[in-house]
Design a protein around this ligand. Structure first.
Ligand code: ZN
Length: 382
């Protein structure tokens, strides 16, 4: 094993354990409360020794209740719930609220009594929740098929949100709103495809720091990550769509540099805790050997660009590269799509039109499909 491999393995292991360690729990360092998921199960990690941790069922309607010792309201868990709700058809609703000043409570409403297992190791209580049958976890399946392929999970990330409006057009169109529309249309289109499951990092107008978006994709085992934007530029004549993958060596063009710098500044501008956050954690996450993932991201980007160019003109016909923080996933092919420039008069108008949003979503869905088909072919050949 090379040093590089060892390093990578250690870092990934570190992410699995501590990526979710939210700053909100900084006051109670020993408590690492996380909600993650794999293809068919939801996992919760709770402090085993704390008697305030409780997991139980309520019926009519069926609910799983999880109590945990948290005095502050953790947005990380709220974001995880957003993903879990979309990912599992057997989870009808998921909420988090304070049960008492010292206890936060998650309530998952489920369509039938789920299977709950508990395991305590090294002071961590792991609670695993799954639908009674595997079939219920992934939707309608004709017969139980334990070796059936798991659905491919696409994490769609509508850029900006909440206090971060993104770019604003001259007519007052907000990037954060138009990209959410396109993202939701894309989710609907992908969810109609057999074997593909699509979830959004945000379903509403909420702020999520960039590195949380990256960690959400990892915590819920995404196969692809696509961040959707419609940024602005200082010159309002500039127009067209572009697709970006991560760069290990700086931006490939002045435009790529401008856009990535402007995108990456949102955490500094809007995330109140950014400066006090665990810098080591972020550096660990962003310091991984990205080579192979970037290669696959560029391939994914080519499939997207080929399809976008059928419905809209391209600012750059080929995927570009820049150091976008939101693309720094160690293993998940990730791209950022600039659908148009909101500062361009014609494109601002287009971005607000449902017909254009649908066309763009269609092109992205086609690109995702064609990437998956090609990957499958390559896997069969290799
Ligand atoms: Zn943006």
């Amino acid at each position: 094993m090379t040093i590089n491999h060892t390093r990578r393995k250690l870092l990934i292991f570190g992410i699995g354990l501590s990526l979710t360690a939210p700053r909100l729990y900084a006051a109670q360092k020993a408590v690492r409360i996380t909600m993650t998921s794999d293809a068919s199960q939801i996992h919760l990690a709770l402090p085993a020794a704390d008697k305030r941790c409780r997991v139980f069922m309520l019926s009519a309607p069926e609910r799983v209740v999880i109590d945990m010792p948290l005095t502050s309201f953790p947005p990380e868990l709220e974001h995880a719930l957003t993903v879990v709700r979309q990912k599992f058809s057997w989870v009808i609703e998921g909420r988090i609220a304070h049960f008492s000043p010292e206890v936060a409570r998650i309530v998952l409403q489920v369509n039938s009594k789920p299977k709950i297992t508990r395991n305590t190791e090294n002071g961590v209580l792991t609670v695993t929740i799954s639908a009674e049958s595997h079939a219920a976890a992934i939707g309608p399946v004709v017969s139980p098929a334990p070796q059936a392929e798991k659905p491919l999970l696409v994490m769609i990330d509508p850029g900006h949100g909440g206090k971060d409006p993104g770019a604003i057009g001259n007519e007052g169109t907000y990037e954060k709103h138009v990209v959410l529309h396109i993202a939701k249309r894309l989710q609907t289109l992908l969810s109609q495809q057999h074997g593909i499951h699509a979830v959004l990092t945000r379903q509403d107008d909420v702020f999520i720091p960039l590195y949380h978006r990256v960690s959400l994709a990892h915590q819920h085992a995404a196969d692809l990550f696509i961040s959707i934007h419609a940024d602005g530029f200082t010159n309002d004549l500039v127009s067209g769509a572009s697709v970006f993958a991560l760069s290990e060596h700086g931006a490939g063009s002045a435009m790529a540099r401008y856009l990535s710098q402007s995108e990456n500044s949102v955490d500094v501008l809007y995330d109140d805790d950014f400066k006090t956050d665990d810098q080591y954690l972020k550096e660990t996450l962003f310091d991984l050997d990205q080579h192979e993932t970037i290669h696959r991201s560029l391939d994914f980007g080519r499939h997207l660009a080929a399809n976008i160019s059928k419905v809209h003109h391209m600012h750059s016909p080929h995927p570009e590269q820049a150091g976008f923080a939101v693309l720094k996933s160690p293993r998940i092919p990730s791209v950022l799509v600039e659908t148009s420039f909101i500062t361009n008069k014609q494109e601002e108008k287009l971005l607000g039109e449902p017909v254009f949003q649908e066309k763009m979503a269609h092109a992205l869905a086609e690109g995702i499909n064609s990437y998956f088909i090609n990957e499958k072919k390559n896997n069969l050949l290799s």
